[in-house]
Ligand binder design. Structure first.
Ligand code: PLP
Length: 404
C-alpha cells in the first residue's frame, strides 16, 4: 500500500525549512526532489567505481560500463522498448528533441515539408522545429485547443497534408496538466503514414508509459523530472527510424573507424552518443526508475490525481479564482490566477509562507498568447505531496488574496 509518510522519509530535503517554515515543495513540474537511494547511487559510483565507460580494458572501466549499460536496460524495461538499441541517452528532453529535429530533419525533410505540433507545447518542442524551418524551409502547423485545454482532434485531422512528415506533441502539458490522448493522436497520424514524436517530460513522472502499446515512433523524457539526477535524459526511437537517421554530433564513441578522409559510424545506440556520457547520472536515473517502479506507477498516478482534484475543488472556493486548464483528463498540475493579483506577487508571497510554486509563462509563451494572459501561478504535485500541503497552499492563496 502507498504510505505517503513513509515515502516522504526517503527525501531528506522535505524535512528542511525555508523562512522558518516547513518546506512545501509544489514545483515538481520544474524538477523533482531526489530520494536518498538516487543520491547514494551517485556517491557510491564516484567513490568506488568511477572510470570512463566503453573504452577501457581495466576492471573499473568494465564495471562502470556494465552499470551504464544495465541502466539502459532499466530504461528499456521502464518504457517497454523492444531493445536497448532504441534507448539513446541525452542530456534531457530538450536535447532529445533537438537531436530528433536535426537528424530526422536532415534525412527526411525538405523545403515545404510540414511538422505538426500543438498549442500547448513547451518551447523545447517549438524552437528546435523553428531552427529546422530556418535551415530547411519546413513549415510548422499547430493543433488548436478548446478553453478547457483539450486538443481539438477534428482540427488535428485536418492539418495533415501530403507534405506532413512528423507530428511532435506533448504527452502531458506542463502548464495545464492536460493528459493528451496520445495513443489516439498517434493512431490518427499513422493512418496518414506519419510518425509521431512524444515529448514525455511531464508524462513519464506521472503515467505508466509503454512505447509499444502507444506505438510511439519517438519518446523523450528527462531524468530530473522523474526523481533522477539532472544532466541525463532519454530519446527512445524505433530502431527502423534510428537506423536510417544520421548522427547528431560527431566525436568519440559514435564512430567505428576514422581516417582524415572518411569516418564510419558506430551501431545503435552509440551512433547518437558522441563523447563521454554522464555514466554516473545514468546509473542514478536507473535507480530512480527502480524507485518509482517499486512504489508502483499506478499508485503514484492515483495519489497525484486525487491531490489535483482536491486542490482544484478547494481553490475554486476562493473568490476571484480562475483555474487555467480544466481538461477532463488531467493530473499533477494546477495553474491559476486570482483577481488582478500578478502571478509573480502571488508566488513571492507564497514563498514567504514556505510554499514553493512556479510563476510566469512556464516556457510556453504561445500557449499564454492563446489564453490571453502573461503567466500563471502553477502548483505541480509529486509523489510525496500530501493533502495537508494542499490545504496549506489553499490557506496561503486565501491569505495573499486578502492582502490585495
Ligand atoms: N517539455 C516539457 C513538457 C517540459 O515541461 C519541460 C521542462 O519543463 C521540457 C520539455 C524540457 O525539459 P528539460 O529542461 O529537462 O530538457
Amino acid at each position: 500500500m502507498y504510505n505517503i509518510y513513509k515515502v516522504r522519509e526517503d527525501f531528506p530535503i522535505l524535512g528542511r525549512e525555508v523562512y522558518g517554515k516547513p518546506l512545501i515543495y509544489l514545483d515538481n513540474g520544474a524538477t523533482t526532489q531526489k530520494p536518498r537511494t538516487v543520491v547514494d547511487a551517485m556517491v557510491d559510483e564516484y567513490y568506488s567505481v568511477n572510470a570512463n565507460v566503453h573504452r577501457g580494458v581495466h576492471f573499473l572501466s568494465q564495471q562502470a560500463t556494465e552499470l551504464h549499460e544495465a541502466s539502459r536496460e532499466t530504461v528499456r524495461r521502464f518504457i517497454n522498448a523492444r531493445t536497448t538499441n532504441e534507448i539513446i541517452f541525452t542530456r534531457g528532453t530538450t536535447e532529445s528533441i533537438n537531436l530528433l529535429a536535426f537528424s530526422f530533419g536532415e534525412e527526411f525533410m525538405e523545403e515545404g515539408d510540414e511538422v505538426i505540433i500543438s498549442t500547448m507545447e513547451h518551447h523545447s518542442n517549438i524552437v528546435p522545429w523553428q531552427l529546422l524551418a530556418a535551415r530547411k524551409g519546413i513549415a510548422i502547423k499547430v493543433i488548436p485547443m478548446n478553453d478547457q485545454g483539450e486538443l481539438l482532434l477534428d482540427e488535428y485531422r485536418k492539418l495533415f497534408s501530403k507534405r506532413t512528415k512528423l507530428v511532435s506533441v506533448t504527452h502531458v502539458s506542463n502548464v495545464l496538466g492536460t493528459i493528451n490522448p496520445i495513443k489516439q493522436l498517434i493512431s490518427i497520424a499513422h493512418e496518414q503514414g506519419v510518425p509521431v514524436m512524444v515529448d514525455g517530460a511531464q508524462g513519464v513522472p506521472h503515467c505508466t508509459v509503454d512505447v509499444q502499446d502507444l506505438d510511439a515512433d519517438f519518446y523523450a523524457f528527462s531524468g530530473h523530472k522523474v526523481y533522477g539526477p539532472t544532466g541525463v535524459g532519454v530519446l527512445y526511437g524505433k530502431e527502423e527510424w534510428l537506423d536510417r537517421m544520421p548522427p547528431y554530433q560527431g566525436g568519440g564513441e559514435m564512430i567505428q573507424t576514422v581516417t582524415f578522409e572518411k569516418t564510419t559510424f558506430n551501431e545503435l545506440p552509440f551512433k547518437f552518443e558522441a563523447g563521454t556520457p554522464d555514466y554516473i547520472a545514468t546509473t542514478a536515473l536507473a535507480r530512480a526508475l527502480d524507485y518509482v517502479t517499486d512504489l508502483g506507477m499506478e499508485h503514484i498516478a492515483a495519489h497525484e490525481l486525487s491531490l489535483t482534484q482536491y486542490a482544484m475543488e478547494r481553490l475554486k472556493e476562493i473568490p476571484g479564482m480562475r483555474l487555467i486548464g480544466e481538461a477532463a483528463h488531467k493530473s499533477s498540475v494546477v495553474s491559476f490566477l486570482v483577481g488582478d493579483i500578478h502571478h509573480f506577487d502571488m508566488g513571492t508571497l507564497l514563498d514567504r509562507l514556505g510554499i514553493a510554486v512556479r510563476t510566469g509563462h512556464h516556457c510556453a509563451q504561445p500557449l499564454m498568447q492563446r489564453l490571453g494572459i502573461e503567466g500563471t501561478v502553477r502548483a505541480s504535485f509529486g509523489l510525496y505531496n500530501t493533502k495537508e500541503e494542499v490545504d496549506k497552499l489553499v490557506a496561503g492563496v486565501e491569505r495573499v488574496s486578502q492582502m490585495f
